[in-house]
Design a protein around this ligand. Structure first.
Ligand code: GDP
Length: 424
């Protein structure tokens, strides 16, 4: 087993960062293949607590080379800030352990601004953007109206390209949103400031990964967010603007022909969702507050309280299928220890009929959860490291999920720390 992907099965925030941090030990290269600075992976290890937004989670392991692939929205400002924070805590970030694809497109200064302007225009109809410029960035990328990181090495040619893009972008900024717009001088200052910092890290990621495969190096592909946020397969339009699905990983990483041997789907022991959109098994009031507090469910990037609810089997099974997960890592089992009984949304009721199929996005608001209850364990399991030491009821819950999700649950996480894991 040489190449693996670690992906989110639900709405994101499943604890992928902690799983990648754990599993990077077995890999030589970790590649981030999509998204930008709009979501956070939390990693807790001996160096401290970190919220990674753009850096691959292998950055903490000595000897691991981290790659930011062409599928990522390269937000130089946030990336640099993150790298500086890590360096400040003694984690090296150098051209030896971080490589940026020269084909990654640049998140330009107006992308973040446009995100905010558009969310303000939408007012209460907003999609719940994190305002990190991701939607405007990917729209521009597909319109071929942004530039690749490698172009920073050619400021002479870049100036002509940016002049054309800017002429168009200023029309939108000024005439649609009444914003100020940018001058080419401002932009070239930005290019020269970031070019100097970013260029030493640029590489031909395709060549790098091809060589790595030829040398039997083990590659881990790391996603952001989860299947239900995938642009093509998620709850559109309450999705992100890129593809977190594992099938996109080789494309966004830089080696479209790469074979993925193993897909680890990360599933949380209950459901959480940040932002807008239908969320069938949502809890409200005191019940929700208790779970939110128990799981510390506040956004890593925005600090927003996450919407919470019990495990949603219908959505999770769909996520497993869409991701092609070969195995599951179940996280945050410890959080459910406070409950007398463990609720599970076992299926939906739609149009008066029970269903196990995840509905089409436009039908989803009509779906109602059908809840089943399992026994609680009412014991702190955060210190457990062996399967046989888990209380019976906790093991039954995991086995119930395994049967419903139709994939082996190989890892059970019982705490945020690196060693708080049960291997099965
Ligand atoms: P990601 O984006 O998928 O990496 O997830 P986040 O980092 O947004 O959210 C996961 C949060 O849960 C982080 O604060 C982790 O430290 C924490 N975490 C991960 N696994 C566990 C676990 O098994 N138990 C507990 N209590 N916390 C966990």
């Amino acid at each position: 087993m040489s190449n693996s992907a670690i992906v989110g099965i639900n709405w994101g925030d499943e604890g992928k960062g902690r799983m990648v941090d754990l599993l990077t030990e077995q890999y030589d290269i970790v590649v981030r293949y999509q998204g930008g600075g709009n979501a956070g992976h939390t990693v807790i290890n001996e160096k401290g607590k970190f919220a990674l937004h753009l850096l691959p989670s292998g950055i903490f392991r000595e000897g691991v080379v981290n790659v930011i692939g062409n599928g990522v929205a390269l937000d130089c400002e946030n990336l640099w800030k993150e790298a500086e924070e890590l360096r400040g805590k003694g984690v090296p970030v150098t051209p030896d352990n971080l490589k940026i694809s020269e084909r990654a497109s640049l998140l330009l200064p107006w992308h973040r601004e446009l995100d905010g302007l558009e969310e303000a225009r939408l007012a209460d109809k907003k999609y719940g953007s994190t305002k990190q410029g991701i939607a405007p960035f990917y729209s521009d990328k597909y319109q071929k109206k942004t530039v690749m990181a490698g172009e920073l090495r050619r400021p002479d040619r870049l100036k002509a390209r940016l002049t054309d893009i800017l002429e168009w972008k200023n029309l939108i900024l000024r005439n649609v949103y009444g914003a100020e717009g940018y001058s080419i001088e401002q932009l070239m200052d930005w290019v020269s400031a970031w070019g100097e910092k970013i260029c030493p890290y640029l590489c031909d990621a395709g060549k790098f990964l091809r060589n790595a495969v030829a040398q039997d190096k083990r590659i881990l592909l790391e996603a952001q967010l989860g299947a239900l946020r995938d642009l093509d397969y998620g709850i559109y339009p309450y999705t992100t603007s890129s593809n977190p699905v594992a099938a996109y990983a080789p494309v966004g990483a830089g080696l479209p022909s790469m074979k993925i041997d193993k897909v680890v789907g990360v599933v949380k022991a209950y459901s959480t969702c940040v932002g807008e959109g239908p969320f069938v098994c949502e809890w409200f009031g005191e019940e929700a507050e208790e779970l939110r507090k128990a799981g510390a469910e506040y956004g890593a990037k925005t600090g927003r309280p996450r919407r919470v609810g019990p495990m949603d089997i219908v959505a999770t099974r769909y996520g497993v299928q869409v991701q092609g997960a070969t195995e599951i890592a179940l996280t945050k089992l410890d959080v459910l220890s406070y409950l007398d009984r463990i609720p599970v949304c076992a299926r939906y009721r739609l149009g008066g009929e029970p269903t196990d199929d995840f509905p089409f996005p436009a039908d989803l608001p009509d779906a109602e959860p059908v809840t089943e209850w399992l026994d609680g364990w009412k014991t702190d399991v955060s210190g457990v490291r062996k399967w046989e030491d888990l209380p019976d009821a906790a093991r039954k819950y995991v086995e119930y999920l395994e049967e419903k999700l139709e994939r082996p649950i190989r890892y059970v996480s019982v705490g945020p720390e690196r060693d708080a894991i049960i291997l099965r």
